[in-house]
Design a protein around this ligand. Sequence first.
Ligand SMILES: [Zn+2]
Length: 162
Amino acid sequence: MKQNSSVSAPSVVKQSTIVEAAQRICGERGLRLTKLRLAALEEVAGNGPVTAYALMALLRRRLARRIDPPTVYRALDFLTGAGLVLRLESRGTYAVRDRPGQAQLCVLLLCDRCETTVEYEDPKILRLIEEEAIALGFHLGTPIIECSGTCQRCAGKMEVSP
Ligand SMILES: [Zn+2]
């Protein structure tokens, strides 16, 4: 077993868990968790990876008022900045983080067949990237690596199907 790394089982993050994490993180960092931001977080948690436009529709229905795209993007910027939500660049969608508030490098394993996202952290990979970035004079932002493939469950279905 490798130390300091972990793989989480693909699961829908419980809304109560992510809300508690959001309240704790925002409290610690002096960030304001508005009603809209909280609603956006709960909708992302409850609906799996969603596009900004799908989230806008969910928020309009939930809050029963007109919400424009900039409002949704501002809420998503806040949630990604707080480490509560991840933007899946290759899919153009947003998902809640398995480990809210983590600023570590994160490797995302994205299933091509279903919506499963597995978040994986490995400090060794981060150190390698940091060393290369320093050598190249590059200032790292939030390092996220996305890998597409087939999740364990979908791979299992492929094997049993005739
Ligand atoms: Zn899958």
